[in-house]
Design a protein around this ligand. Structure first.
Ligand code: URA
Length: 433
């Protein structure tokens, strides 16, 4: 078999055999196929796509490049809820304890933030002493004790994805649906949770900017999950404005805790309720979304979800009292009010720009080696559809004396205001199940 023939076949829109896909990728991993040939193969995939069968082999080869994790001895129904990333996305912090309170568990890999999007690891690390599981054994132990297992470092899981992603990044082949789907799904399938819930974000703050592209990605990942016989649902959710009101690490912890106390922002609370309900449907505990939402509301109202979060924080080395005393978290004391210059309604928010403003304050990383400041960020007071009067605060920035004109300029370009009333946007755009 010759790599050049495989590239040529894909270039000419022919379907590759399992052996051909494995040959190029396994030998690339061993260092026996040069990057220029794999780059050319990726570009051929970018233009000509892959069938579900080809994609299954590609994904299987990626999974087999490293360790996989299963959970013998855990009798809980384990969920891997994954978001494709956005601004203010603190869903796992509120949702994992809800799964725990509903008698289920969470088992997943979690990432650090980069660019305008934050990462769950960074958010939890706002809590002093908090440590993520670093091994399969630690993950199993904490799932058994607290119902929540999040693993931080995962260099041994799907190492081929890291190598391929680095190459895609410099060859303009990141934005290919089959390559994104296999990259995300290989990391989900390598961890054997009982069900996968994918939250594909759509909009200005998301990786997928429009609904058609996002639906294509969600459908491809759903089919891939089914091809591996997995219990899976994909939701398409709004990222045309930040999720909830808080953006920035400690501030997002506070908002997630408040949500478990029943005081969360409407859009975030609803998303968490629907995701919780989806988990109950996948487990077979309820038949309808409405029944599932009722069960989620119950564990918020009776305080069980909050207790699960405290137990997870304690089990991870952090102080659970942060949930009752936010002064135990580092939150910047310097604030700046970004005020309305006239009266009107919020028509559009470029969530990516809001994420960038928070990143420039230090809440996120411009490059993967940057050190973040957990104390800074922003709180939105007005979202799409909200009315405001001249002088009202649109958002509050929490900063460490590093406010600068550039940040205000970004905010100025992030909002579109209208004099006429504007409809709010739906949080859930579609569900593929
Ligand atoms: N996230 C991933 O993990 N992989 C991609 O290719 C894109 C987003």
């Amino acid at each position: 078999m010759r790599v050049v023939d495989i590239i040529q076949k894909k270039r000419d829109k022919e379907i590759l055999t399992n052996e051909e896909i494995r040959f190029i990728l396994e030998n690339y991993q061993k260092g026996e196929v040069p990057e220029y040939q794999v780059a050319s193969f990726l570009m051929a995939v970018y233009f000509n796509g892959m069938t579900t069968a080809e994609l299954k082999t590609l994904t299987e080869t990626m999974i087999e490049s490293g360790d996989t994790i299963d959970f013998p001895g855990i009798d809980k129904f384990l969920i891997d809820k994954h978001s494709t990333g956005g601004v203010g996305d603190k869903t796992t912090i509120a949702l994992a304890p809800i799964f725990g309170a509903l008698g289920m568990g969470t088992a997943k890999l979690s990432g650090k933030g980069l660019g305008h999007t934050g990462g769950t690891i960074d958010k939890f690390e706002s809590i002093k002493g908090f440590k993520f599981s670093n091994s399969k054994e630690e993950l199993i132990k904490i799932v058994n004790e607290t119902g929540t297992g999040l693993m931080g470092q995962a260099d041994t899981i799907v190492p081929l994805d890291k190598k391929l992603y680095a190459l895609r990044d410099v060859t303009a082949t990141v934005s290919s649906i089959p390559l994104i789907a296999s990259s995300i799904m290989s990391k989900k399938l390598a961890v054997h949770a009982d069900a996968i819930i994918l939250d594909v974000k759509v909009g200005s703050g998301a990786f997928m900017k429009n609904l058609d592209e996002a639906r294509d990605l969600a459908t491809t990942m759903f089919k891939l999950g089914k091809a591996f016989d997995r219990n899976i649902v994909c939701m398409l959710t709004n990222m045309d404005e930040p999720l909830g009101n808080a953006v920035g690490n400690s501030l997002e912890i506070v908002e997630a805790v408040e949500t478990l106390k029943g005081n969360g922002p409407e859009d975030f609370t609803y998303l968490v309720e629907v995701l919780g309900a989806q988990a109950l449907i996948l487990k077979g505990d309820v038949k309808t979304l409405e029944d599932g939402i009722e069960r989620v509301k119950e564990v918020i109202e009776n305080g069980e979800a909050l207790l699960m979060l405290k137990s997870f924080i304690k089990g991870s080395g952090g102080n659970p009292e942060i949930c009752d005393d936010y002064s135990l978290l580092k939150i910047a004391t310097e604030t700046f009010e970004y005020k309305a210059k006239e009266s009107g309604f919020v028509k559009h928010i470029d969530a990516e720009k809001i994420g960038k403003a928070a990143m420039m304050l230090g809440a996120g990383r411009a490059t993967k080696d940057d050190i973040i400041d957990h104390s800074v960020g922003l709180i939105m007071h007005k979202k799409v559809g909200d009315e405001f009067k001249v002088g009202d605060s649109i958002l509050t920035l929490y900063h460490q004396n590093n406010m600068r004109d550039e940040i205000i300029e970004i905010l100025d370009s992030a909002f579109v205001f209208s004099r006429k009333k504007v409809e709010k946007i739906s949080t859930i755009l579609d569900i593929i199940s």
